[in-house]
Design a protein around this ligand. Structure first.
Ligand code: NAD
Length: 520
C-alpha cells in the first residue's frame, strides 16, 4: 500500500492556497484528506467583495483575450492538453489526496480534460464561425449570424470530479473568448488551483481564469450576482437556488444536476458483460459519480444468473487508502457524505431491505470508507428508493416484460443517465429511445456517452437545464447577433405606394415564397 502522495513537490499546497487573492477576507478554510481525516492545508474563505474583485479582473482580461484569434486561443488549450498529460502524476496525487478517490477513477479525469481540450481546440472555429443566413428578400438582403462571447462566465463545481468539472466546462467558455471565474467545492480546491496554474503555464493570460475559494452560499451567490453566465454542476437542491438567483439577475445559466440513474439488464444480455458494466456503473468513484446507477432492474429470465455473479464480483472489490492504481474503490469524500450513505443504508435495512453484500462502514480502512453495497427488497417508503445516495449503493429489482422495465426506469423525477444491456442491438436502441434521460448507453455504463464529446450531454427533468459537449457546449457561452444589410429593394412599403397595393403584392410574394420552399 502506498499512503504517500509522492509526486507533489514540497509546499505545493501552501503555494496554491496563497495564489487565491482574498484581500477583503482574513478567514480561511481547512481542507482534509479523506483517507485519514487529517488537515492537509488551508485556502482563503473569500468574501463577496473578493469575488467582485476577481470578476472585475476577469472582465478587464477579457478585452485582450477576446481580441486574440480563435487559433491563438486554441494554441493555449492545445499546450494545456499536453501539460495535463505530462503532469498527470502530480495532478492525480492532489486529486486523490483531497478527494480520497481511487487513482484509476482520477485517471478518467485526466482523459476527460485532455479530450475536451483537444476537441474544442480543433472545432471551436467551426462552431463559432460567422454564418451567412437567408435574407428577408433574396439577393436584396445580406444577413449574417455572429457569435459574441457573453463576457465573464462563473463556473461553480462539486467535489466528486474536481479536475474534470473545474476545467472541462471552462475550456469551451475560454475558447469562445470569455474569461472565467471558478468557485470549486470546499472539499477540493487544490486540484482546481493546480489546473489554473497549468493553464497559466500554457500561456493563458493571468486573469483570464481566476479561482475564488470559499463557502457556497456566500461565494457562490456573490459570483452569480457578478457574472454574465453561470455554469453550475452540483445537487438538484442547490441548482434550484442557483437558477432562482440567475433568473432574478436575468443571467443565463446551465445546470448539471443530480440523478437517480437506472440500468436495465434484459433477458438476452451477456451476463458477464452486464456484471462488469454494473460494477463500473455502480461503484466507480465509490458511487460518487453523477452518472452512476443506483437503480438496477434485471429481467426475470436472467435475474437468477445475474445477481449471484454481481454479488460475488462486488465482494472481490479492493478498498484501500492508496495512491496506487491497484485499488478499485476509494473513500467517500467527507463525513457529511459518509453519514448520508450510512443513513440511506440503515434506513433501508431497518424497513426490510436486505444488504446481500456490503452494508457496513469500514473504519478499519479509513474514516469515510463504506463497503460497496447491493440492496434487494427496496420499497417506496425507503429513502434510497427515490433520493440520490451518491455512494456505493445500488438497489436491485426484478422486472418482467420490456414495458415494465421502461416504466420502472422512467419512474423518477430525475433524468440524467441510463443504460440498457442486451445482445439484440435493435432492441437496445428501441428501448433507449423510450427512456427519459439525457444520455443512455447500450452495453456500456457511462464511458461511451461521456467520451462522445461531439454529442450534447446533460439532464432531463430535475437533472438539469442545458448541455455540455458538442456544438451546444460552446455556443451556450455566446450571444448570437444578427446583422442584416438591405440593398436596392426594401422590405417595408415604399413611399408613395398605397399600402393597399403593397399588401396585395406582398400577399402574392408570400404565396410564391411558400411554393418555392415546398419545391413548387
Ligand atoms: P452541492 O450542490 O452541495 O455543491 C456544489 C457547488 O455549489 C459547491 O461548489 C458548493 O460550494 C456550491 N454551493 C453550495 N451552496 C450554494 C449556493 N447557495 N449558491 C451557489 N453555490 C452554492 O453539490 P455537491 O454535494 O458538492 O455535489 C454532489 C452533487 O452534484 C450530486 O447531486 C451529483 O449528482 C451532482 N453532480 C452532477 C453532475 C452532472 O454533470 N450532472 C456532475 C457531478 C456531480
Amino acid at each position: 500500500m502506498a499512503f504517500q502522495a509522492s509526486h507533489i513537490p514540497p509546499d505545493t499546497l501552501g503555494d496554491l492556497g496563497r495564489s487565491v487573492s482574498a484581500e477583503e477576507s482574513d478567514d480561511s478554510m481547512s481542507v482534509e484528506a479523506p483517507f485519514t481525516g487529517e488537515r492537509i492545508g488551508d485556502v482563503p474563505a473569500c468574501s463577496p467583495r473578493d469575488v467582485t474583485a476577481a470578476v472585475s479582473r476577469a472582465r478587464t482580461a477579457r478585452t485582450e483575450w477576446s481580441s486574440w484569434s480563435i487559433e491563438r486561443r486554441a494554441d493555449v488549450l492545445s499546450r494545456f492538453h499536453d501539460l495535463v498529460l505530462d503532469r498527470q502524476a502530480e495532478l492525480l496525487d492532489v486529486m486523490v489526496l483531497e478527494s480520497g478517490k481511487a487513482r484509476r477513477d482520477g485517471y478518467e479525469e485526466i482523459l476527460d480534460v485532455a479530450t475536451n481540450a483537444r476537441y474544442y481546440a480543433a472545432r471551436a472555429e467551426e462552431f463559432l464561425r460567422p454564418r451567412r443566413r437567408d435574407g428577408a428578400i433574396p439577393l436584396a438582403t445580406k444577413t449574417m449570424e455572429y457569435r459574441t462571447p457573453v463576457g465573464v462566465v462563473g463556473v461553480i463545481t462539486p467535489w466528486n470530479y474536481p479536475l474534470t468539472l473545474a476545467v472541462s466546462d471552462a475550456i469551451p467558455a475560454l475558447l469562445a473568448g470569455n474569461t472565467v471565474v471558478l468557485k470549486p467545492a470546499e472539499e477540493t480546491p487544490f486540484t482546481a488551483l493546480l489546473a489554473a496554474k497549468l493553464l497559466r503555464e500554457a500561456g493563458l493570460p493571468e486573469d483570464a481564469f481566476r479561482v475564488v475559494t470559499g463557502w457556497g452560499d456566500e461565494v457562490g451567490l456573490a459570483l452569480i450576482d457578478a457574472v454574465d453566465f453561470v455554469n453550475f454542476t452540483g445537487s438538484t437542491e442547490t441548482g434550484r437556488t442557483v437558477a432562482e438567483r440567475a433568473g432574478k439577475n436575468l443571467v443565463k445559466c446551465s445546470l448539471e444536476l443530480g440523478g437517480k440513474n437506472p440500468m436495465l439488464v434484459l433477458d438476452d444480455a451477456d451476463v458477464s458483460a452486464a456484471v462488469e458494466g454494473a460494477i463500473r456503473g455502480c461503484f466507480t468513484n465509490a458511487g460518487q459519480l453523477c452518472l452512476s446507477f443506483e437503480r438496477l432492474y434485471v429481467q426475470d429470465g436472467v435475474y437468477d444468473r445475474f445477481l449471484p455473479r454481481f454479488v460475488e464480483r462486488t465482494r472481490e472489490l479492493s478498498m484501500d487508502p492508496s495512491f496506487d492504481y491497484d485499488v478499485e474503490v476509494g473513500s467517500l469524500v467527507s463525513e457529511r457524505q459518509f453519514e448520508k450513505v450510512r443513513n440511506h443504508v440503515d434506513d433501508a435495512v431497518s424497513k426490510g431491505a436486505t444488504a446481500v453484500v456490503g452494508g457496513n462502514a469500514r473504519p478499519d480502512v479509513g474514516p469515510y470508507f463504506f463497503e460497496p453495497t447491493i440492496l434487494t427488497g427496496v420499497t417506496e417508503e425507503m429513502t434510497v428508493a427515490r433520493e440520490e445516495t451518491f455512494g456505493p449503493v445500488v438497489a436491485v429489482t426484478r422486472f418482467s416484460d420490456d414495458e415494465d422495465g421502461i416504466a420502472l426506469a422512467n419512474d423518477s423525477d430525475r433524468g440524467l443517465n441510463a443504460s440498457v444491456w442486451t445482445t439484440d442491438s435493435d432492441r437496445g436502441w428501441e428501448i433507449a429511445r423510450q427512456i427519459d434521460c439525457g444520455t443512455v448507453g447500450i452495453n456500456d455504463p457511462y464511458h461511451a456517452i461521456w467520451a462522445s464529446v461531439d454529442s450534447p450531454m446533460g439532464g432531463m427533468k430535475d437533472s438539469g437545464i442545458g448541455r455540455r459537449h458538442g456544438r451546444e457546449g460552446i455556443r451556450k457561452y455566446t450571444e448570437s447577433q444578427t446583422v442584416a444589410e438591405q440593398r436596392f429593394a426594401s422590405v417595408a412599403p415604399p413611399r408613395r405606394v398605397p399600402t393597399k397595393w403593397y399588401a396585395r403584392a406582398m400577399t402574392g410574394v408570400m404565396r410564391l415564397f411558400k411554393r418555392i420552399e415546398e419545391g413548387w
